[in-house]
Design a protein around this ligand. Structure first.
Ligand code: ZN
Length: 238
């Protein structure tokens, strides 16, 4: 029975070709039936992922809990408009970036974009648009290096893969480009892998537009350096 379910599920994943809107985050998780809210026991606030990812996340969180590890989804699907609010607030100085007000610096536009891009995506380029990616527990690497955080991170490194999740932004020491390391960001590969493939074949840099400083997308090579700047989860060595 489990096998039948799995086969149907794989068939669904393979046949679900994402549209351009899906890829660029023009989605409404709260009213779209292909998204499912994560149970309140494993989420802070209303957190939605695509159905299969949501169920897999809950299964993983339940298993972790049995081992005394409490995994909580704190940020999941963010659509284009939400990402645009975050980006524009950073660009215009309403929100500080690594402690700096970017509107008061003398940085070039591309340097400003790259400063934001250390930890935040340009609208239209975020894996959080896809409904496959989740931030857990705390948005600080330090938190995962001691105490409860360390326990959670170690559990995830050992078991996340069994539930389809991997860490796309690991250390950059091996030559990965793009965002800095994010120990809190995990991706449900059965969805994010085909989404990435579809993204690279359908989305062109000119389509990354509609927010402050969008003209820098080409210069910073946002698709090449950031969308593609991930750790190839299947290949990671332990
Ligand atoms: Zn994230």
């Amino acid at each position: 029975m489990k096998f039948v379910f799995l086969s149907l599920f794989l068939l669904f994943v393979q046949s679900h070709e994402p549209s351009l809107d899906d890829l660029l985050g023009k989605v409404s998780p709260g009213s779209d039936p292909t998204f499912l809210k994560i149970s309140d026991s494993f989420a802070r606030g209303d957190q939605y992922l695509r159905k299969e990812a949501s169920l897999a996340f809950e299964e993983m969180a339940r298993a972790a809990l049995k081992d005394g590890v409490k995994i909580i989804a704190i940020s999941t699907t963010r659509n284009f408009n939400r990402q645009k609010q975050i980006w524009n607030a950073k660009w215009t100085g309403k929100r500080l970036v690594q402690g700096k007000n970017l509107a008061e610096t003398s940085l070039s536009d591309s340097a400003k974009a790259m400063e934001i891009l250390k930890y935040s995506s340009m609208p239209g380029t975020s894996r959080h648009h896809w409904g496959s990616d989740v931030d857990i527990n705390a948005l600080e690497n330090d938190w995962f290096e001691a105490g409860e955080g360390k326990k959670i991170y170690e559990w995830m490194q050992k078991h996340a893969e069994e539930y389809g999740f991997c860490q796309p932004y690991t250390s950059k020491e091996c030559g990965r480009t793009g965002y800095e390391e994010e120990k809190w960001h995990w991706s449900y590969e059965p969805i994010s892998k085909p989404y990435l493939e579809a993204y690279l074949s359908k989305v062109k840099t000119e389509m990354i537009t509609g927010f402050e400083g969008a003209h820098t997308a080409k210069e910073v090579q946002v698709i090449e350096n950031y969308v593609q700047g991930i750790t190839h989860c299947n290949l990671h060595e332990n």
